[in-house]
Design a protein around this ligand. Sequence first.
Ligand SMILES: C[S@@+](CC[C@H](N)C(=O)[O-])C[C@H]1O[C@@H](n2cnc3c(N)ncnc32)[C@H](O)[C@@H]1O
Length: 174
Amino acid sequence: MEALALVLFLTLLVSIVWTHFWGAPWLPTSRAVVHNMLTLADVTPADTVYDLGCGDGRVIVTAARRFGAQAVGIEIDPLRYLWCQLLITVLGLRKRVRITFGDFFSQDLSDADVVTCYLLHDTNQKLAVKLLSELRPGARVASNTFTFVGIDPVREHGQARVYVFHPEPESPTA
Ligand SMILES: C[S@@+](CC[C@H](N)C(=O)[O-])C[C@H]1O[C@@H](n2cnc3c(N)ncnc32)[C@H](O)[C@@H]1O
């Protein structure tokens, strides 16, 4: 019994941590902060929201159900990807939410109106280059906890540590 518990614990630990090397380990944004991020980014039913590393799907599901948006989640962990597919099917959201399996660095983000992320400091700096070159004018980026060096936030919720950016090509990068 103890051996089984240890195996389960280690499996869970590996499943949470290994994606660190792709961009960030799994740590879900609290539901209150998800709401803050989407509100601060002014998400409307006309928007397409991308969550980069969608985890258990809470951001994309909230964007679709509470804000009426179209949502796209990109996830590199196969278990969480499958979980998200199951979740949007059970919730009847397949027409409004799409889940893509893979590395968000190799996905086209050009049709995003809003990008949300909860990654790491270094990952955000690498991501800034992609956001600046791909996002269309008017797109908003809401980041949990981490900022982008060289791009000033246009709004922030200090207590929740949510920052909203309008990455424009002329913005200086680090
Ligand atoms: C800190 S969690 C955030 C999950 C979710 N966005 C949220 O706010 O609750 C980071 C997620 O990004 C995923 N991830 C990390 N690097 C990735 C990459 N390069 N491509 C796709 N997903 C990635 C991880 O598997 C993990 O689920």
